[in-house]
Ligand binder design. Structure first.
Ligand SMILES: N[C@@H](CCC(=O)N[C@@H](CS)C(=O)NCC(=O)O)C(=O)O
Length: 223
């Protein structure tokens, strides 16, 4: 059985939960509380699993049949690519190379250009080491999300490849990343009115069973 080290509100873990549910893969959730006791992700027990001290991590069997040895995978995008290669159905990447490049670009806009700037450790550093106020810290988070969302909106609103989902009418890796980032933006009270296409896509996806099952509120460690 796959073991997902996860925190209910972690958007990187949320991406992976969506991908696992879309592919119909059963997994056990191992909660890692990012705040309790200074953060379980930073303690030695979890660092032995992922030295980076970040969730998610996915443990699986090396040959997929249960007869191999346990392997730990990290980095949500690398794990999604692994799932795509080992469980191609339903596909989370388009069949054509141009389509795959587009989906990966949307995915990376979230995962590289938005999310890292708003990660817990960055926000903690801002308030701790740089003495930023709570308001300043939240303004920082909203600023970088707004910049990234503007780029996504511009692309999604004007591309004929956009459908009910970010690419066509069925979810791809891009949606696995967009939906958690929109959830995160709502937590930070970012005004989403300037991003109607992004919101429409997120709302469509959020109503699908895999996305419902992956939602933070549905997780065993939901506070
Ligand atoms: N690039 C990594 C990012 C992982 C990541 O930043 N996870 C966050 C939660 S969304 C985390 O564990 N943060 C803990 C911390 O900042 O201390 C991935 O995609 O897996």
């Amino acid at each position: 059985m796959l073991q997902l080290y996860s925190y209910f509100r972690s958007s990187a873990a949320y991406r992976l939960r969506i991908a696992l549910h879309l592919k119909g893969l059963a997994f056990d959730t191992v909660p890692v509380h990012l705040l309790k006791g200074g953060g379980e992700q930073l303690q030695s027990a979890y660092r032995a699993i992922n030295p980076a001290g970040l969730v998610p991590a996915l443990q699986c069997d090396s040959n997929g049949s249960g007869s191999g040895h346990t392997v730990t995978l990290t980095q949500s995008l690398a794990i999604m690519e692994y799932l795509e290669e080992t469980h191609p159905q339903p596909p989370l990447l388009p069949a054509d190379a141009l389509g795959r490049a587009r989906v990966r670009a949307l995915t990376l806009t979230v995962a590289c250009d938005i999310h890292p700037l708003n990660n817990l450790r960055v926000l903690t550093y801002l308030s701790g080491e740089l003495h930023a106020s709570g308001d300043a810290r939240n303004a920082w988070a909203r600023h970088w999300m707004a910049l990234g969302f503007a780029a996504l909106e511009e692309h999604l609103a004007h591309s004929p490849a956009t459908g009910l989902c970010s690419h066509g009418d069925t979810p791809t890796m891009a949606d696995c990343c967009v939906v958690p980032q929109v959830f995160n933006a709502q937590r930070f009270h970012l005004d989403l009115a300037p991003y109607p296409t992004l919101v429409r896509i997120a709302q469509h996806c959020e109503a699908l069973p895999a996305f419902i099952a992956a939602h933070p509120a549905q997780q065993p460690d939901a506070a």
